[in-house]
Design a binder for this molecule. Structure first.
Ligand SMILES: Nc1ncnc2c1ncn2[C@@H]1O[C@H](COP(=O)(O)OP(=O)(O)O)[C@@H](O)[C@H]1O
Ligand SMILES: [Mg+2]
Length: 312
């Protein structure tokens, strides 16, 4: 009640955010630097990331999540505890209530691990909101009405496609997309469809024969080609969801379009690529990187619906 704060958390493979009401209070890469022997936190987030490859052997820089799920349980708890403390201050006299987003399709064990990490990190009560639902809430799609709303969340290594109606997921599909082989490439010059004006980037490639590093240059259109397999997988997963969706809801989706969010939705030309591949208009939402956390914070208002749909 009253005294306890309600924090929405987007615990992502790459980035984690905390919001309260409609304010984003924390935004950090999901990274910790720890003294391995003592499991003691040195730094987290951006500062920890900047230490990568620059620290003595006693310190390790680690991403505690992989493909949307917790890989390093204790480190996730430590990371969350410190990030929450940045919001609440060091004394957790009134422990906050937490609503944490988790990818659609994770197992109950993986969900339980997130709840436990949240409790261990100082949460008074911890609940889970499926990421597509959180994102749709954060985008203000009319999900509380009996209409079909489709959202695609494209993160780092996970992608989820969901159709939502009456605040519940009607059909959905979660997918692991192989760890982006070339983060830097995707960010600097990547695109989903061939572009007119090509950019070039110098990289250190590996010689296929000798195995030694050798300089090489790649153009945007070469990267477009490299990105085709994961993009095709994403299209297939969206089609699978559409196939399981009742026709009444499909006609809403055709009218309103498919909402795209998550860091990878920023890939140049992705909206056009998906529009062509699906034959349904796809558009990037206005708040693609913050909608999940914004929706998680809003989720407290539909907590009962959420718990019911999780059979609780
Ligand atoms: N401009 C961009 N073009 C393509 N990909 C991008 C861009 N900006 C960020 N990304 C990708 O977004 C991913 C991170 O998105 P995010 O939604 O924060 O992931 P997660 O929720 O899994 O932590 C990274 O894989 C990164 O490469
Ligand atoms: Mg995310």
């Amino acid at each position: 009640m009253g005294l306890s704060r309600e924090l929405g958390i987007d615990l992502g493979t790459f980035n984690t955010q905390i919001a309260e009401g409609n304010q984003i209070l924390q935004q950090e890469p999901t990274v910790v630097a720890i003294i391995v022997d003592e499991m003691k936190l040195v730094e987290l987030g951006t500062t920890a990331l900047s230490m990568m490859g620059r620290v003595p052997e006693s310190i390790e820089v680690i991403r505690p999540l992989r493909f949307g799920v917790i890989a390093e349980y204790e480190l996730t708890e430590i990371y969350l505890r410190e990030l929450i403390k940045k919001v609440t201050g060091p004394t957790l006299f009134f422990k906050p209530r937490l609503l944490i987003s988790a990818p659609y399709g994770v197992t109950s064990v993986e969900r339980r691990a997130v709840v436990e990490a949240g409790l261990g990190a100082g949460g008074r009560e911890v609940n889970i909101i499926p990421q597509p639902l959180a994102a749709a809430l954060g985008v203000d799609l009319p999900i509380g009405t009996p209409t079909g709303n489709m959202i695609i969340c494209l993160g780092a290594g996970t992608s989820q496609a969901a159709v939502i109606s009456m605040s519940s997921i009607v059909s959905a599909y979660g997918l692991i997309i192989g760890q982006p082989t070339a983060e830097q490439l995707k960010l600097n010059i990547g695109a989903a469809s061939p572009v007119q004006e090509e950019k070039t980037m110098e990289i250190q490639a590996q010689d296929q024969v000798s195995g030694l590093p050798k300089p090489a240059s790649l153009t945007t259109n070469e990267i477009v080609e490299a990105l085709q397999p994961p993009l095709e997988e994403i299209v297939a997963s969206i089609r699978r969801v559409l196939e399981k969706t009742p026709p009444e809801l499909i006609s809403d989706i055709i009218d309103r379009g498919v909402a795209l969010c998550g860091g990878t939705s920023l890939l140049k030309g992705l909206d056009k690529y998906l529009t062509v591949a699906l034959g349904i208009p796809a558009y990037v939402v206005e708040n693609p990187v913050t909608c999940t956390v914004e929706g998680a914070a809003k989720g407290f208002s539909i907590l009962e619906v959420l718990l019911r749909s999780q059979g609780r």
